[in-house]
Design a protein around this ligand. Structure first.
Ligand code: SAH
Ligand code: SF4
Ligand code: F3S
Length: 453
């Protein structure tokens, strides 16, 4: 064991990984380690990895190579690979990078202390077996003091033909409403103002929990959960992500419209605007169904902002099918769209098909889609011009220290002049004076003191 106890974590991938990293950082701090911004000053380095696309995985190997070299000069350095690459590669990762001390899948994040103790006893450890995730026992070390993530469902039971997530995150495991509420109450007591409930398919929440109503509906749905946690004192805003179109119900939409703390922003990936491709992807809905969901959201909440994910260049995608995606994007008008070129992933069905497209076709379609996304997002931003928006202040603007930054209820990043020490965690009414595709600038009109119920 070393005397200098400093740790560094680099996190790749999605919000699920970020939330896991915060919990693992909490465990390390409880063990007496201190955060080190510079990995070269740390003696425990943890990479929390992502394997959703080929390039995400490559990034990990290049970071890891550098630290593995360092380990030859500094044998007491502990190298950990956590997250989705760890789960996917398991033992194979040790053969590739023998300097590693610990390889641990995402379901083992809460067990970091035991795993590290075994490493300090001299073992090289691989923890990738499928387990029942233990309830959080540790205080996460959260990056923000204003907004926080709360996992509500782990894993994924879908089998989209392109996706590694079910292989690396396991089957769905919902936390109990009581455990979720307890975590949110603690956040409220500690001054947090906004909570984002997290899950790969968050609207599938609860179907693995026992209990059903007389009509056969699950007792614990996301809708029920929103009602159940809505009155937690101190928490002013609730968000949730990511939603799957298959599980997005009118009942959920009504609840969002009715509950004042639930923000009018919905992240609902559609992946493709073409029904044949949606079928090949095994998504379980049509583009018509997707459009109906968005229409219904806008009927109940006309100003709601909508974001999504889309994939271009899926195996067999014709120019015409790609244009159906362009058409959907043009017609819906997303506030934000995460786009990606299809990347064949090991262990997924679509990777083995022989109708793969060339990199040229994929990157050409990606560029065309991105151009359209920028135009549409800029159009959507226009509606904010001159309006007064409620902004929850999170941080100083790192590029202009005279400004603070926060988000509107619709999740638009917003900057305005102000002192972070005074405004952090406050909801400020801001008049929007400048609009860009993905952010806004404004002038403060009124600070609302956060009311604690
Ligand atoms: N559970 C969410 C998405 C999780 S993965 C859902 O079903 O919508 C995040 C995003 O990565 C996906 O929405 C998809 O757009 C993208 N993605 C997943 N696998 C991919 C692959 N093989 N190639 C390119 N993009 C991929
Ligand atoms: Fe992947 Fe599909 Fe599960 Fe989303 S729903 S995580 S895209 S398998
Ligand atoms: Fe990546 Fe794993 Fe998230 S593969 S996108 S970090 S679930």
């Amino acid at each position: 064991m070393t005397t200098n106890r400093r740790y560094h974590i680099t996190t790749f991938g999605c919000q699920m990984n970020k939330a896991d990293s915060e919990r693992m950082a909490g465990i390390l701090e409880e063990m007496g380690f201190e955060w080190s911004e510079d990995p070269n000053d740390a003696n425990v380095i943890l990479y929390n990895t992502c394997t959703i696309r080929d390039n995400a995985e490559h990034k990990v190997y290049s970071y890891l190579g550098r630290q593995a070299k360092r380990k030859h000069e500094q044998p007491d350095l502990t190298l950990v690979v956590a997250g989705c690459v760890a789960q996917q590669e398991g033992e194979a990762l040790l053969r590739r990078v023998p300097e590693l001390d610990l390889v641990m899948g995402p379901q083992h994040a809460n067990r970091l202390k035991d795993l590290l103790e075994s490493v300090f006893d001299g073992n090289q450890v691989v923890a990738t077996e499928e387990v029942h995730i233990i309830e959080d026992i540790t205080q996460p070390r959260r990056d923000s003091q204003v907004t926080a993530w709360v996992n509500v469902i782990y894993g994924c039971n879908e089998r989209c033909t392109y996706c590694v997530v079910p292989n690396v995150r396991g089957v769905e495991q919902s936390r109990t409403p009581a455990a979720i509420r307890a975590e949110i109450e603690e956040l409220g007591r500690n001054g947090y103002k906004e909570v984002t409930l997290l899950g790969q398919n968050i609207d599938a929440y609860g179907r693995d929990l026992p209990g059903a109503t007389a009509e056969g509906r699950h007792l614990h749905t996301l809708t029920d959960l929103l009602y159940y946690v809505h009155d937690v004192p101190g928490i002013e805003r609730l968000r949730f992500a990511t939603s799957h179109p298959r599980y997005f119900t009118e009942r959920l939409i009504k609840a969002c419209a009715e509950l004042p703390k639930v923000c009018e922003h919905f992240h609902i990936p559609f992946q493709s605007g073409d029904n044949e491709l949606l079928k090949a992807m095994s998504r379980g809905y049509t583009h018509e169904k997707y459009r109906r969901i968005i229409d219904m959201i806008r009927r109940y909440m006309p100003d709601a902002s909508i974001s999504a994910d889309a994939i271009v260049g899926f195996p067999g995608e014709t120019e015409e099918q790609f244009e159906n995606t362009m058409k959907l994007v043009d017609e819906i008008g997303f506030d934000l769209l995460n786009t990606a070129a299809y990347s064949p992933r090991p262990g997924t069905p679509a990777a083995l098909w022989d109708n793969q497209l060339s990199e040229e076709v994929k990157s050409d379609r990606l560029q065309r889609l991105n151009r359209l996304v920028n135009v549409k997002a800029a159009e959507r931003s226009q509606r904010y011009f001159g309006r007064i928006e409620e902004v929850l202040v999170e941080e100083q603007n790192t590029k202009d220290k005279t400004q603070v930054m926060g988000r509107t209820r619709g999740n638009r990043l917003t900057f305005f002049t102000g002192d972070i020490n005074e405004l952090k965690g406050q909801i400020v009414k801001v008049k929007i004076t400048e609009v860009r595709a993905f952010s806004l600038t404004g002038e403060p009109v009124e600070v609302r003191e956060a009311v604690t119920v």
